[in-house]
Design a protein around this ligand. Sequence first.
Ligand code: ADP
Length: 260
Amino acid sequence: MERIVIKVGTSTVCHKNGAPDLRRIDALCRVIADLKNENYEIVLVTSGAIGVGTNKMGLRKRPKSMAGRQAAAAIGQCELMSIYDRFLLSYGCLSGQILLTKDITEDAKGRKNVIATFEALLKRHAIPIVNENDSVATEEIVYGDNDTLSAVVACFVKADLLIILSDIDGLYDKDPSADPNAQLISLVKDISKLNITATESKSEHGTGGMITKLHAAEIAGANGINTFLASGKNPAILYSIMDNSAKGTLFLAGGNHEND
Ligand code: ADP
């Protein structure tokens, strides 16, 4: 039995206008359900709530005020969760929502409770679907990006692998949107020895960018968990990741190896 944490970015689950990409989410749920049928235990960390909420409220841009964004998150989280729940159920899978903030995950008792909830859900063959609790979180208690949160969750559930699905097919030596000659790095043996240019997200609804993905791989790696970064465009890539044939970047845990 292998335990996998899968993180999907806003650009994977939402259209450019923020509306949910139903075809993509359906495909993702179908693969997740199928992997579960192969006895994998899956935890999904999903972004997209603020984008979905913004679109549902009929706004073209994210609200500027904190309260406005939190309202968008509240509306979008319901919608997103309901979509996941319906698709997963149609493929025979139960799901359960877990919304986290730093004050819970960094508190010993809170952490213990959250871990117990994850274990109880997985024991009952449900897919925990995780997001930051954006509708109540204030600046001091937010992770601010789901890449970091997904690594924290991977550590909590002692995952065998963290998979980050993004709008890019892996880590490049430079930002490919700025330099067409950027080269894909397929294996990172020691993240601390990386010498690359990475930037923050530039898209309207994205939050992390590459920096937070590297940070996530670092946290997971320090806890003995490998991270695989790949494109979320076609969720069937999850099958190829499982059989080691996917295009993407594998970050090895440990950091005791020299980079090629
Ligand atoms: P997501 O919404 O999937 O989390 P982000 O927009 O937050 O995606 O981050 C992915 C983006 O990071 C890519 O589209 C790319 O433009 C940018 N980026 C910056 N530096 C790099 C790099 N060194 N390698 C790959 N992508 C990079």
